[in-house]
Design a protein around this ligand. Sequence first.
Ligand code: ATP
Length: 366
Amino acid sequence: MIESTKSRTSINAGLSMQNISHAFGKQKILSNISIEVEAGQVACLLGPSGCGKTTLLRIAAGLEHLQHGRITIGERLVAEDTGHHAPPERRNVGLMFQDYALFPHLNVIKNIGFGIKGTSAQRMLWIDGALERMGLTGYADRYPHELSGGQQQRVALLRALAPEPSVLLLDEPFSGLDATRRASVREQTLGFLKDAGHSAMMVTHDPEEAMFMSDTLFIMDNGLLVQSGNPIEIYRNPKNAFVASLFGQTDGIEGTVGNNGKISTPVGTFMAPGLAEGSRVDILIRPEGVNTREVNSGSNGAVALRVISARPIGRSSHLCLGTQSNVTPVCTIHARVPGIHLPEPGSLVDAIIDPSQVFVFPKETP
Ligand code: ATP
């Protein structure tokens, strides 16, 4: 059965969007964005609300007319600013939006089969295999209102894939699901896409989701492409403070590069490679990079900090730490430590900061 989902991979193609600019009236939304999604790869557009992700996806789909640039799917030119515009139904793209938009009067089989060409036997073979692969065997005759949110999401995904699209375009496909279900559905979805070698471009504002799903990550801010590449590389080497902060809470500390090329701060000393002595810098520290030990542990690089508060958040504990010199308790950095670890407020702990979770950027002048 699952073989039948694999045999349809040959039509998968890459998506290339070159120099895309777009405006709604006088409001500039996208500025000269170029992205490449290779055949068989999953790419994510990640950025804050309103930065233009959905607009870019809609332009790829042909739902929005291209104003500037060029789009190809595989070898085929589908839109160009010379006026060429293939309508959505001629682009061979699969679309899936956050509301799933299943047909309420059709059961699962008919929803999925809606766009499939070919004989009945071929149609049933592919649907059977796909239902089995997505854990939906036994739900074929149900109507959308008889399915959970996660099941509806998977049916919507299969409906988008059923017509054998060259590229799948997904707009926040998991946002309607609660956190636990979202994790399992996206794992299943990724497995399905990868097994069948589908090319996909997905919009999300959830960094964890983007890291999990993507082979290539495109980070957008305010209509601009800020950074792109391998998601792990971007997480480890964010280009600027905006990208570093996109992956979750960070604490910012200001500093000045000393004559030894290092920056001394109340929470530790950090390297400033490539920055001249006297440069003013912003230092961003991720809470997951801050470890704690008992005070006076003798650990290399440890700085004693005062616990302002300590709260459990399930699998880890969230600590707020301040310097000893502060008369009033002020949170200088946060630590996210595994397990339940709740030192008394007011007590001292040794903080040891992992340098790979510290990012130093030249101070931006306003
Ligand atoms: P979100 O994550 O909230 O969905 P987004 O990054 O996908 O945001 P877009 O939906 O692409 O952002 O919107 C980008 C900007 O374009 C927003 O300021 C939005 O208000 C504006 N916009 C989107 N569609 C239109 C439209 N049809 N007419 C006018 N402005 C629009």
